[in-house]
Design a binder for this molecule. Structure first.
Ligand SMILES: Cc1cc2nc3c(=O)[nH]c(=O)nc-3n(C[C@H](O)[C@H](O)[C@H](O)COP(=O)(O)O)c2cc1C
Length: 394
């Protein structure tokens, strides 16, 4: 009898400690405690294999176990792009919430916008695991997910649910949808058209992803004729939608000078049909600066080693399109300075992904705060004033 009571007591104490620890951990997670993330949560996540850590991060976000920004963004950060108002220019890049599992919670972390996807028409498993690698010393990632996707039907159900609650308090923010193609599909154009038909109505902007390095043949769609065909078809489909989402094309950082000129020609000609560019996707190059053991894994490289290549592509495309096409700048941004560099090169909005996995959610506030300081230092009253300023100062 006494032993049974003892066990009950031990069980009770164990349960209480787990509950209290859970409460403390969730409080810390919710309060965006930078020290807690740096010393506890991130090292713990980094003990898991990267894909499990990614899944866990999405799960936590979908359960609301992420910090929420409680204050409004400073006036300097409010910006209007594609005729839509962004509370701040820092967004979450495609690839983090691929299946639209945590839209509201991610937005409430302080992002001005998030991009879900890439989503393919039919569900597909993607490449065999392991397919994502941390390059710790380089603070970079190589991924070869290969468009693992729940497919349009399932993602549409989640988007519909989110869309219904959209008007409610705390659920504002811009949402982009990034469209991909199935590996075994014969027609990329048809897959993009299907994407617009199936989930375009939920999007504030749509991204046609022709630049992922992990789907055979995809990047060849950046060639002049192919791009022209895609734009013609998808813009017809977009016109059929009531919400008329902005239409963007996502480019690789590995384009030749001629590729960039050709793309700019097509985009300028199709100015009425293309609202923007996302620059850039991951790179297939492996810069000499890489030191991590996983540097030779196949796939797309992201994070700081991509930063300069992406910024150069933004700079070139802004110049070639005469500053007429808004650009979302992405690639290796991990500070306010990095974001500002891309804005000065021609980006109107910025996205991050890899930096979030190395720094945790506090990086969002840090980038925004530092960006405001830099804008003020240079006498700019808004992000818009600084967009492309490097081209005008030369
Ligand atoms: C794990 C992972 C998955 C990604 N998946 C996609 C994707 O499905 N579609 C896409 O357009 N880009 C994808 N990307 C590319 C990112 O959107 C972004 O362009 C790239 O990572 C550069 O930004 P970063 O250096 O801030 O990570 C992915 C990147 C990573 C690291």
């Amino acid at each position: 009898m006494q032993i049974r009571n003892l066990w009950k007591l031990v069980g009770g104490v164990a349960f209480a400690s787990v509950a209290v620890s859970g409460l403390i951990v969730s409080q810390k997670l919710l309060r965006n405690d930078e020290v807690f993330y740096r010393t506890f949560a991130l090292p713990l996540l980094h003990r898991l294999d990267p894909e499990t850590a990614h899944r866990l991060a999405i799960k936590c976000a979908s359960l609301g176990l992420v910090p929420r920004q409680s204050t409004e963004d400073p006036a300097e950060l409010v910006t209007t792009v594609f005729k839509q108002k962004f509370s701040n220019p820092i967004g979450l890049a495609a690839g983090f919430d691929k299946h639209a599992e945590a839209i509201n919670d991610l937005l409430q972390m302080g992002f001005g916008f998030i991009e879900i996807g890439s989503v393919t028409p039919l569900p597909q498993a993607g490449n065999p695991k392991p397919r994502i690698f941390r390059l710790i010393e380089d603070r970079a990632i190589i991924n070869r997910y290969g468009f693992n996707s729940d497919g349009h039907e399932i993602v549409a159900q989640k988007l519909e649910k989110w869309h219904k609650n959209r008007g409610r308090e705390n659920s504002s923010g811009i949402v982009g949808i990034n469209l991909g193609k199935n590996k075994l599909s014969d027609s990329a154009v048809e897959d993009y058209v299907k994407g617009i038909q199936a989930i375009g109505k939920y999007a504030d902007y749509l991204v046609i992803n022709v630049s992922s390095p992990n789907t055979p043949g995809l990047r060849a769609l950046q060639k002049k004729e192919e791009l022209q065909t895609i734009i013609t078809q998808i813009s017809i489909e977009r016109e059929k939608l009531k919400n008329k989402p902005a239409l963007l094309i996502k480019l690789a950082p590995d384009l030749t000078v001629q590729d960039k000129k050709d793309i700019a020609d097509v985009i300028l000609k199709e100015r009425r049909n293309v609202d923007g560019l996302v620059i850039s996707n991951t790179t297939v190059r492996r810069p000499n600066c890489l030191t991590s053991v996983s540097k030779s894994e196949a796939g797309g490289l992201s994070g700081p080693p991509l930063r300069e290549m992406a910024t150069k592509t933004i700079y070139d495309m802004y110049r070639l399109t005469e500053g007429k096409i808004p650009i979302i700048g992405v690639g290796g941004v991990q500070s306010g300075e990095d974001a500002y560099e891309k804005i000065r090169a021609g980006a109107s909005l910025i996205q991050v992904l890899t930096a979030l996995t190395y720094n945790g959610p506090s990086i969002i506030q840090k980038i925004k705060a530092d960006l405001v300081t830099l804008l003020r230092q240079d006498g700019f009253k808004s992000v818009e004033e600084a967009v492309g300023i490097d081209h005008r100062r030369q």
